[in-house]
Design a protein around this ligand. Structure first.
Ligand SMILES: [Zn+2]
Length: 269
């Protein structure tokens, strides 16, 4: 018998963006529900073999779930499906994950290990992002919505800061005992982490607004980055620029700033 309802298998895809690699989740108990996989992540044969073997110990893999269509999550899906004789693949939308078999809207539920796993549409990191909540155990498999390592990347055109903050706020009313992110270790104090993420983004937004005030009309993103990220290695400024742009797009949607070619202007409120 397994004490835990899930096993984490680290995919061999470490990189600048995915840190130590992606956590592939194999979920289930040896019962009539069988097992599920979340994010196969990588097609390396040894990784796929480990997933299949762990799945067999948990009643056999019946379904493959994908949190979102980025290659470090949806990688290995086709190969794993073939190896398992065509088990169905579930993801939010065909637009996000072209290889899926079943589009999976918010609220879709799966039975596993005598518990219910519920798909939560949490756009922001990407438009098609799903978290999966194991309701009885209150475990949130968070994909890239919440990272176990650092704050995660919200960058245009994939990322949407307004959606992201709204999806984080939605989780504040969900009972969560443990977060299992796709990158890095488990998060034991979920609501503290979620509040911290929201506060971090709102602080950054405040810094952008004051930078714009300081720079006046004609402020460009590189001007703002140079001001806000003075203490950060200039090599990282291009990445910071994406984050600032994501914030500006949110503020533009809210009617608080306006874009004029490459420059940004504060609107009177
Ligand atoms: Zn991602």
């Amino acid at each position: 018998m397994h004490t835990s309802i899930y096993t984490t298998l680290l995919a061999p895809n470490a990189s600048l963006m995915s840190g130590p690699g992606t956590n592939t989740i194999v979920l289930g108990r040896e019962d009539e529900d069988g097992a599920l996989v979340i994010d196969p992540a990588d097609a390396a044969p040894a990784h796929l073999a480990a997933i299949v073997q762990e799945g067999e110990r948990r009643g056999g893999i019946r379904k493959i779930l994908v949190t979102h269509g980025h290659p470090d999550h949806a990688g290995g899906v086709v190969e794993l499906r073939d190896q398992l004789g065509g088990v169905p693949v579930y993801a939010f939308s065909r637009q996000g994950t072209p290889v899926l078999d079943h589009e999976t809207p918010d609220g879709t539920t799966f039975r596993v290990g005598g518990d219910i796993l519920r798909a939560l549409h949490t756009p922001g990191h990407r438009f098609d992002h799903l978290c999966f909540l194991l309701e009885g155990a209150q475990i949130l498999f968070a994909g890239d919505h919440i990272s176990g390592i650092t704050t995660n990347v919200i960058a245009p055109p994939d990322g949407d800061m307004l959606d992201y903050l709204n999806a984080l706020k939605r989780l504040q009313s969900v009972a969560i005992a443990e977060i299992v992110p796709a990158h890095g270790p488990e998060v034991a104090d979920p609501q503290a982490r979620i509040s911290e993420y929201i506060a971090h983004r709102l602080l950054r937004e405040q810094q952008i607004l004051s930078a714009m005030q300081q720079l006046g009309a004609g402020a460009t993103i590189p001007h703002m980055v140079a001001l806000i990220y003075q203490d950060v290695d200039p090599k990282l400024h291009p990445v910071a620029a994406y984050s600032v742009e994501a914030h500006l797009i949110k503020l533009e949607k809210e009617g608080r700033v306006e874009r004029s070619a490459d420059t940004w202007i504060l609107r009177e409120t």
